[in-house]
Design a protein around this ligand. Structure first.
Ligand SMILES: [Zn+2]
Length: 468
């Protein structure tokens, strides 16, 4: 599941380490200025807390232990409420638990430059042993990769390797044992216990700052932003008084928290509009976020084909062209970004043009279904391995920002055409990606009902705590 998350991150950002490295970039992206909304809502926080009297009276008496919750920004307090979910322990029916630390075991922490051979020889074993053991674990790749920091242990009796254990992570280890038929390799996986956490907050400065105050990690904030990124433009649409609430997983092993899991339900109120996202895993094991009605949170098109860019010129039919210096319609959106920034296909489709096209310079045109095309211009270079006729998926990189053709600086010029007519890519209404398929509907309905109840009960519990 974590992998799934990471993949999603990777899909959104050029490389995984960008998550860390670009936090400042994302702060910029998520922070930006808080534009005052028409009905400015400094009072919003209090409004939210002032529930109708009836509701307040019907609320259960708060637990006194919770009185220490911060009073200043009450809704941002993080509550810890144990939840039903959970199951622990081994997934695979495994043999005896991992051998206890025993005097006969020799353990090494793998260092940089260590190889299986070097570790075996440290333990006094031969290259023949290395061969037999790797051969035995070929089918499950139990020893195919070792990394610094992992622990490897050997049980040697009478100069003979009886058992080997490689602890690959907190959750996965490889165990190899000598039997009558030679070495047998087994991968042992542990499943963490999952607990649910709830956090919510009101936006005073930015999603990033206020979600962090509510106790969410950077990674969770990025997930939250990407779940709602289809509906809410965190650069332009955020207003003071917007609010969010989220139920997410925490993973425990032997009573210790080992990390976060997925967001399983979240709500975002943007300028008075409530958007709810529920995570659902279908019968194929694919997880995605849906509205309570089963519509995909994902749209058939990305709103912006480049990450970490700023809009430098909007769709405008009467713009003075910066290079030609005369009125010439600007039939797309320009995103200023560094040369080399990846450009992504905004939707699934087929490349129908890839080449130089007058003032557009190096350009790619993608056909989506029968009536929509998108155009990406001024590229510095194209994505290798694609050509006119190639099929692309939403989010696939198709080229890199540049300033080929008629351009005053590096940027992506992006156009969206519906039935041949230019539409403002910032405003055009995109169709949703496929909804919950019919056969998955009953399962989804059950999950959605549970999640909606959970959201509601967390919310009321929290309000109850804050009411006193
Ligand atoms: Zn342009």
């Amino acid at each position: 599941m974590l992998k799934d998350q990471l993949r999603r991150f990777k899909g959104r950002f050029p490389t995984i380490h960008l998550i860390a490295a670009c936090l400042c970039a994302s702060i910029i992206g998520l922070t930006l200025t808080l534009l005052p909304s028409e009905e400015v809502s400094a009072t919003r926080t209090t409004q939210q807390l002032n529930l109708p009297k009836q509701t307040r009276e019907s609320l259960p008496l708060p637990d006194t232990r919770s009185t220490s919750l911060p009073a200043v920004q009450p809704l941002q307090a993080k509550l810890e409420i144990p939840t039903p979910v959970t199951h622990a322990t081994p997934a695979v029916s495994t043999p005896k638990a991992a051998p206890a630390v025993d005097d006969n075991w020799v353990s090494y922490t793998i260092g940089k430059g260590d190889t299986l051979s070097s570790l075996f020889s440290k333990a006094g074993l031969s290259s023949q042993d290395v061969y037999s053991v790797t051969n035995a674990s070929r089918h499950n790749k139990g020893l195919s990769r070792i990394y610094p920091g992992q622990e490897i242990s050997f049980l040697i009796e009478n100069d003979e390797l009886k058992k080997l254990r490689l602890i690959r992570s907190k959750l996965v280890s490889t165990q190899i044992e000598k039997t009558e038929n030679g070495y047998v390799s087994q991968i042992i996986e542990r499943k963490p216990e999952i607990q649910h956490r709830y956090a919510s907050g009101v936006i005073n400065s930015s999603l990033f700052v206020d979600a962090e105050k509510a106790g969410l990690s950077n990674r969770m904030i990025m997930s939250l932003a990407s779940i709602f990124g289809w509906d809410v433009d965190f650069a332009l649409d955020i207003r003071q008084g917007d609010s969010f609430s989220v139920i997410y997983e925490e993973r425990f092993l032997d009573g210790k928290m080992i990390g976060e899991g997925n967001i399983i339900a979240a709500q975002f109120t943007n300028q008075g509009r409530l958007v709810t996202a529920l995570r659902f895993t279908d019968s194929n094991g694919t997880s995605s976020y849906y509205t309570p009605n089963g519509k995909s949170m994902r749209k058939a098109f990305l709103r912006t084909p480049v990450d970490f860019a700023r809009i430098s010129s909007r769709f405008n039919l009467k713009r003075k062209h910066p290079v030609l210096n005369r009125i010439r319609a600007h039939k797309g959106t320009d995103y200023a970004a560094r040369t080399g920034t990846p450009i992504k296909a905004s939707g699934d489709g087929k490349i129908i043009w890839r080449g130089t096209k007058g003032g557009f310079g190096r350009a790619v045109i993608i056909q989506h279904g029968s009536n929509i095309t998108t155009l990406y211009a001024h590229m510095s270079k194209y994505r290798k391995g694609q050509r006119s006729g190639s099929r692309v998926k939403q989010g696939d990189i198709i080229g890199y920002v540049g300033q080929s053709g008629l351009a005053s600086g590096p940027h992506l010029h992006y156009e969206f055409r519906l039935n041949g007519v230019h539409k403002n890519p910032m405003r055009v209404k995109f169709p949703n990606a496929a909804p919950i398929p019919k056969k998955e509907r009953p399962a989804f309905k059950a999950v959605a009902a549970t999640l909606m109840t959970q959201l509601e009960s967390y919310r009321t519990t929290q309000v109850a705590v804050l009411q006193q």
